[in-house]
Ligand binder design. Structure first.
Ligand code: WT7
Length: 664
């Protein structure tokens, strides 16, 4: 086995422990495990008092709250309910008149390498101008605005401008299809869409505005009155008279002063769609006060943020990580952050290392899938290897989105962190708003592949199906026993689904994360073992198997039935495998290849390229139980190429197993 494949594959039981250095501990905000334990004890003794104190310390309130937690309508918990504030005020205005006002808020590096610096003062002026643009279009407090933008300063401006006027934004990742966009626009009832003519990724110009047009026309999005277009490239696009206008022209006509609209702490700051175990994505609704507290506070806790840091989170604003650790957290904390438009492999696979060197990045936060793909690329070419770059500015590394396998962890630790930088493996979800289980860089001894311990005040536990605690060393269901300020408030427009998905009756009122986990016997450290529902994690992106199945069966001229499962993949964590029953005969050879390709492209069009099955297998039938339920466990074995150990005596037609074992 080559060094690369062993670094990617190994998932051995982990015994290595890395203690923070004495110097790291001495300089940290939470210095050492005693300090961490003291915070945990404080939260346990006076749960509400603990959060009230943090909310007062970290946020600027226009009207102070008098009640911390309102559990009267659980699980619809309310935090800091009668308090009033504005998120954009807390991210921008609050720094004016302090030394932060002239500090660089954003170092933007475009796909092609051009660099722009934007100070806090400049950002405030731009956000205010765009907030005035939205107001001039009649967008009001409580209205929803869909943002379908590339990773640019303008994307952050659009989000902050919504927050500034109290409009609820819903950012849709620029890789989603017209169909996916249309569903989200309609579910949210958006009055406006902010987009760009094109986006630049890896030297290619990819359309955005044309997809918005397609979504609005095909989806008959009646609620949308305006489309505002950021002109990212000089290429012209179709503009609809009376509906569409250019961002720069509109902004030029507006004042750069716009007082922030003060809202209640529970006012919905945003709705972000994510995949669940049914075909329909869930609009995860977050609050203003509790959410912002978390984004700001975890910058201090998890990243041990200092004034001099250059923070870089590589996530796109279309995902929750890009909300909490690009659009809100770093700004609320007054940090300087890097925003990168492009992809890690363009112009070559050393782009991240080049940028860390060039911008003297100190905190680098990325996904295991990116690390694994770069390990592979660097291995084949010395010039691309991190050792060819000066990465000595780094002091903290972070990982997010999926479990990081110990060997990829070790590679990250040695080659990027120079065995000097703690790695914070942050476990959290769209629904949790921010970090839940993570090491603290100046306190927690690190164990590769483990997200270690919950943040102070976070009551994660592992339980059985009845909600009873299981001992350390036994696997179980990951839950959170008590509410926390940045938790999901509801599913937009579907409170019943919120209750059923996250607070099932049998679990004693605990929050169900949807992941399996196990705690180590020695330290009680958490290790996430993967989703326990029908959700896949592909390259750190959540995909519902039902969503992909619905997309496949929507190809009604071809497909009769489809079942989708995940199988482990060295690079992407999990890979999507689809078992398909066609309306015609089971295809073979070239025909099968052609049809599989057609279906993969169809799924890309229905959902987005990230949902394309890696493999499609055809059969006359799907294996089902007597009661007609698809035997997914069996399909998972087939997808992995494992021998089938399940009972197959009930199968009407056992030879389908041979058919489905073949890949095309
Ligand atoms: C799911 C949430 C967290 C923001 C980005 C993804 C998996 C996330 C970790 C981690 C192991 C992780 C879980 C979780 N996950 N972080 N550090 N270790 N698994 O947010 O799209 O809402 O997905 O990602 O399965 O439930 P998301």
């Amino acid at each position: 086995m080559s060094a690369t494949s062993s670094a990617i594959q190994s998932t051995l039981v982990e015994n290595r422990v890395f203690e923070p250095s004495a110097a790291t501990v001495a300089a940290a905000r939470i210095p050492g495990m005693e300090a961490y334990q003291a915070l945990c004890a404080e939260a346990e003794q006076d749960f509400e008092g603990f959060w009230a104190k943090r909310a007062r310390e970290h946020l600027s309130w226009h009207k102070p709250f008098t009640q911390t937690l309102d559990s009267s309508n659980a699980p619809f918990f309310k935090w800091f309910q009668d308090g009033e504030l504005n998120a954009s005020y807390n991210c921008l205005d609050r720094h004016i008149g302090t030394p932060v006002e002239n500090k660089t808020a954003i170092i933007f590096e475009a796909d092609g390498g051009e660099v722009t610096h934007v100070s806090y003062k400049e950002l405030l002026a731009k956000v205010s101008q765009f907030a005035n643009v939205l107001k001039s279009k009649g967008v009001q407090k409580g209205d929803r605005v869909v943002i379908y933008m590339p990773m640019t300063v303008e994307g952050v401006i659009a989000m902050q401008a919504c927050a500034r006027i109290g409009a609820t934004h819903s950012v849709v990742f620029g890789g989603f299809s017209a169909k996916a966009l249309e569903e989200r626009i309609n579910d949210a009832g958006a009055v406006a869409v902010v987009t760009a003519n094109y986006q630049m990724r890896g030297g290619k110009e990819l359309p955005l505005k044309a997809i918005v047009d397609e979504a609005i026309t095909q989806g008959d999005c009646k609620t949308v009155r305006n489309v505002i277009v950021f002109q990212r490239t000089p290429t012209a696009v179709n503009m609809v008279e009376g509906r569409d206008s250019f961002m720069h022209e509109e902004m030029a006509a507006q004042s750069d002063v716009c007082p922030a609209e003060i809202v209640g702490a529970e006012h919905p700051l945003f709705v972000l769609y994510t995949s669940g175990s049914t075909g329909k994505p869930k609009g995860v609704q977050h609050s203003t006060g509790g959410y912002l507290l978390w984004a700001k506070m975890t910058m201090d806790w998890t990243f041990d943020l200092k004034d001099s840091d250059i923070f870089w989170c590589t996530a796109d604003i279309g995902w929750i990580t890009g909300h909490s650790y690009v659009a809100y957290g770093p700004l609320a904390a007054g940090a300087t952050q890097i925003i990168f438009e492009g992809v890690p492999t363009y112009p070559n696979a050393s782009r991240f290392w080049q940028m860390i060197e060039k911008h003297k990045c100190t905190i680098f936060y990325t996904a295991p899938t990116a690390i694994r793909s770069l390990i592979k690329a660097c291995d084949s070419d010395e010039k691309l290897h991190p050792k060819s770059f000066d990465l000595s500015s780094l002091r903290i590394l972070g990982s997010v989105g999926e479990p990081i396998n110990p060997e990829a962890w070790m590679w990250y630790y040695k080659n990027i962190g120079g065995e000097r930088c703690p790695i914070v493996d942050t476990f959290w979800q769209t629904e949790t708003g921010g970090h839940m289980i993570t090491p603290l860089p100046g306190a927690t001894p690190l164990v590769p592949g483990s997200c270690t311990l919950p943040l102070p005040g976070i009551t994660t536990a592992i339980v059985d199906e009845m909600g009873n605690d299981v001992p350390n060393g036994s696997g179980g269901i990951l839950v959170v026993k008590k509410p926390w300020p940045s938790m999901i408030r509801t599913i937009w427009g579907d409170p019943e689904r919120f209750k059923k998905s996250y607070f099932p009756e049998e679990l004693k009122g605990y929050y169900l994360a949807g992941d399996g986990a196990v705690r180590s016997e020695d330290r009680g450290y958490f290790r996430i073992t993967g989703r326990i529902d029908d959700v896949l994690n592909v390259s750190g992106h959540r995909m519902g198997t039902m969503e992909i199945e619905s997309a496949l069966v929507a190809k009604t001229d071809l497909v009769a039935e489809a079942a989708v499962v995940g199988r482990p993949d060295d690079l992407t964590g999990e890979a999507i495998v689809a078992f398909v029953v066609l309306k015609g005969q089971v295809p073979t050879g070239e025909d099968a290849k052609k049809l599989a390709n057609e279906l993969r492209n169809w799924v890309a069009k229905e959902i987005g390229p990230i949902a394309k099955p890696k493999e499609i297998r055809f059969g006359e039938n799907l294996p089902k139980t007597r009661s007609g339920k698809i035997m997914r466990r069996l399909l998972r074995s087939l997808a992995k190429g494992e021998a089938v150990t399940q009972d197959t005596s009930t199968l009407e037609n056992p030879h389908i197993l041979d058919q489905l074992a073949q890949s095309n």
